[in-house]
Design a protein around this ligand. Structure first.
Ligand SMILES: Cc1ncc(COP(=O)(O)O)c(C=O)c1O
Length: 349
């Protein structure tokens, strides 16, 4: 049976060029600062983001958590979006690792405005925690891949600067945000004190993320990475794939965005409930409640037909387009879903 795996862009596999680069990578002990390939990747990543330094970490989660630890003091409060990865999916790391308290606020389709944030910054008061960090997710995963614009980020930066609060951007999919808005990633990253981005999602590397920021900040982060057991030795083997990802896999993200839009439009045309305003990048979140089934049931029905989607709530399923998914796969998926919808509507399922 034909399988179309749309659960996530993390299912992407390293390209042939990546595997060749991994095979040939020059390596050394990175904890001694002797891995030339890791160093090359960190320099490349820092340069692309317009930051002084970068740190290669095992995952996006590790990058975010190290940033939280380095930016905050025990007992600080961290402003983040209520559905953000940092708050929702990182196993209470804010509390457990940074010793900080989360202040989750709902954004508009995942996007926080400076106005919204302003009201949640703590005043100086002996009873209250200090607001130690503002976290932004760009693109916002649970909201359906929505983007912060440069203008929205500039307003938040102005507010943060005037309150002496750093801004960390979870830019796991920052290249998607830049591609969708036709701006450079540097322009988006400029408005954040630090930014994490993933090599292992749309960019197809097998493992790894980069955390970028000022030289001093990254030095501090290097210590926390070691604390978490993230000091990797001949990590150039995996860094080599990351370099290829940055050099060859960014431009094609526009294909993923086009495919997501084609899929979303096809699904809406057969009565699926999708907020099209959120379909800005490579993620489509559909609500299946109008078919009288749960997301789990929908995913199971799709799975029987070879279409893999992620359960994203009681009635929400997520489709993510990525390298390896072609337009034919999208048309095929839309066709299978149309057939299932017909059968449901006819009471056959
Ligand atoms: C927005 C966002 N941030 C962070 C992460 C974490 O990345 P990792 O799975 O590499 O820990 C993800 C993963 O899906 C994500 O979607």
């Amino acid at each position: 049976m034909k399988i179309v795996d749309l659960r996530s862009d993390t299912v992407t596999k390293p390209t042939l060029e990546m595997r060749q680069a991994m095979y040939q990578a020059e390596v050394g002990d990175d904890v001694y600062g002797e891995d030339p390939t890791v160093q090359k990747l960190e320099e490349l990543g820092a340069g692309i983001m317009g930051k002084e330094s970068a740190l290669f970490v095992a995952s996006g989660t590790m990058g975010n958590q190290i940033a939280l630890m380095a930016h905050t003091n025990k007992g600080d409060e961290v402003i983040c979006e209520a559905d953000s990865h940092i708050f929702y999916y990182e196993v209470a790391g804010i509390a457990c690792l940074a010793g900080a308290q989360a202040r989750p606020i709902s954004g508009q389709r995942g996007i926080l405005s400076s106005d919204r944030i302003k009201h949640h910054i703590r005043p100086q008061d002996v009873h209250q925690p200090r607001t130690g960090l503002i976290c932004l997710e760009n693109t916002h995963n649970r909201a359906g891949g929505t983007c912060y614009s440069v203008q929205e980020l500039a307003q938040i930066k102005e507010l943060a600067d005037s309150n002496h609060i750093p801004v960390h951007m979870d830019g796991a999919r920052i290249f998607n945000a830049a591609t969708a808005q036709n701006v450079s990633v540097e322009k988006l990253a400029e408005k954040a004190t630090s930014i994490t981005f993933c090599l292992s999602k749309g960019l197809c590397a097998p493992v790894g993320s980069l955390l970028t920021g000022s030289h001093d900040f990254i030095q501090e982060c290097r210590r926390y990475r070691k604390m978490l057991g993230g000091g990797m030795r001949q990590a150039g083997i995996i860094a080599a794939a990351g370099i290829v990802g940055l050099e060859t896999m960014v431009e094609r993200l526009q294909d993923d965005h086009l495919h997501a839009r084609i899929l979303a439009e096809a699904l809406v045309s057969i009565g699926m409930d999708i907020d099209m305003e959120t379909v800005q990048t490579n993620i489509v979140i559909a609500n299946v409640s109008s078919f009288g089934i749960t997301a789990k049931q929908a995913a199971a029905l799709l799975g029987e037909q070879g279409i893999k989607a992620a359960v994203f709530g009681e009635y929400s399923i997520r489709f993510v387009t990525h390298h390896g998914i072609e337009k034919d796969d999208i048309n095929y998926t839309a066709g299978i879903i149309a057939k299932l919808v017909k059968e449901i509507n006819a009471g056959l399922l």
